[in-house]
Design a protein around this ligand. Structure first.
Ligand SMILES: C[S@@+](CC[C@H](N)C(=O)[O-])C[C@H]1O[C@@H](n2cnc3c(N)ncnc32)[C@H](O)[C@@H]1O
Length: 400
């Protein structure tokens, strides 16, 4: 079995040849091995620790405090709603993947700032990366974890130690961390356990069947009236596999679709928003609690046209803002991600450009221009096999 396939089986990640090659080279050098075949055999036969070390080199534990902050406000409102009905209960929240704890600690801070009693909540963070989990348990961060303009929360909840910031003991005690693979979670033991689940910025690294398997796990661990938060580009995948979107300002939240409810599809968001505005018809649904923050959708085609116009005129900042506004009302807009990729490319940020174009082709696999740009990017990065793979995909689209 190839290293790429081994890593896919162990993590679910759909990795490029370049990433796998680089990780392999680094680990083989560390192990003092020169023969790839022998190393693969060693990896397969008897070295779970070696596989874990290899995985550490391919995961992307990129996160920061209050990333997409509106999600935490929406989750706080949902927690309050859960407690309003039964104040003695404990509301359970899961962050998977939690990276180095930025997401679950953000949730803990939001709840503390909202005055929710610590005894009423239990937050768990889970990640495949043992290194990330260790950092999460330590709760110590560099400036990189604080990227927003409003950092007052840092004064309230962190103490400074040289260039680093330590989360308070009280918040650290509220979050439990463990290392696990989302795809291997015990769904029987976890069935219906969580009132709130965050699963953001992981499915974009999975192929469609793996994303479907991950969503099935998440569906089973989420309570029937629970709320799930996804990343921008991931909402459509959830909608294809048993979830329905909730239209909340800036937060990409979903609920379980009801039995018999047609595959909700992102196009159904307007219908769901309308339902949310009629609380008497559906008691105890999270979207009702948050009806106050449900937004009227701006006109998506206008925003797309504006983004294109600004991008063509060289106003990259304006184009980026128009794309983000568009994504807030139409999260599955492949075109918005394509333009964001162009904007990042113009700012010489190739990593961001790649991420945007990858999201674009995840949402619309036949986006010819994005495939061509990805091919050029891979070529420039010296990843010939990946460049070839993108080019072949683009060629197939062109032939059609
Ligand atoms: C980009 S971070 C996302 C962190 C956070 N949810 C956010 O949105 O900021 C992706 C994380 O997914 C983790 N990961 C990758 N495959 C996983 C799997 N199969 N199960 C659990 N975590 C996984 C990686 O270790 C990495 O920390």
């Amino acid at each position: 079995m190839s290293a790429r396939e081994l890593l896919r089986q162990a993590s679910g990640l759909d990795l490029s040849e370049r990433v796998v090659e680089r990780a392999l080279r680094e680990r083989m050098a560390k192990c003092g091995m020169a023969d790839t075949g022998l190393y693969l055999k060693y990896l397969q036969d008897m070295a779970p620790a070696e596989l874990a070390a290899l995985i550490e080199l391919v995961v992307v534990p990129e996160s920061w405090m209050f990333r997409d902050a509106d999600a935490f406000a929406a989750a706080t409102a949902h927690v309050r709603h859960c407690l309003a009905g039964r104040p003695a209960r404990v509301v359970r929240i899961l962050s998977i993947p939690c990276a180095a704890g930025e997401e679950p600690y953000s949730m803990a801070m939001a709840l503390a700032d909202a005055g929710v009693a610590p005894a009423s909540i239990r937050i768990e963070g889970v990640d495949l990366s043992a290194c990330a989990v260790k950092r999460a348990q330590a709760g110590r961060y560099t400036r990189n974890a604080f990227r927003g303009a409003d950092l007052l929360f840092r004064q309230r909840h962190f103490s400074r130690h040289g260039d680093e910031f330590q989360i308070s003991d009280a918040l650290r005690a509220q979050v439990g961390f463990s290392q696990a693979n989302l795809l291997g979670l015990d769904t029987v033991a976890g069935a219906g356990r969580y009132d709130v689940v965050f699963c953001r910025n992981l499915l974009i690294y999975f192929d469609e069947p793996t994303a479907a398997a991950a969503i099935a796990v998440l569906r089973s661990v989420l309570a029937d009236d629970g709320m799930l938060f996804a990343g921008y580009a991931e909402v459509p995948a959830f909608c294809r596999h048993g979830f329905a979107p909730l239209r909340l300002r800036g937060a990409f939240a979903l609920r379980k679709a009801e039995p018999g409810e047609a595959a909700a599809g992102i196009a159904n968001t307007a219908r769901i928003a309308t339902r949310a505005a009629a609380p008497e018809r559906r008691q105890h649904k999270p979207q009702q609690v948050l009806a106050a923050v449900i937004t009227a959708a701006p006109h998506a085609p206008d925003l797309l046209a504006k983004a294109r116009r600004l991008s063509d005129a060289g106003d990259h900042k304006g184009a980026g803002a128009a794309c983000r506004a568009l994504l807030a009302c139409e999260p599955d807009s492949a075109d918005a991600y394509f333009i964001l990729g162009m904007v990042s490319e113009c700012a010489h940020d190739s990593a961001a450009a790649e991420e945007h174009w990858r999201r674009c082709v995840y949402l619309r696999p036949g986006h010819y221009d994005a495939l061509c740009h990805l091919a050029l990017l891979a070529e420039r990065g010296g990843d010939a096999p990946q460049a070839q793979a993108w080019r072949q995909r683009a060629a197939r689209i062109f032939e059609r």
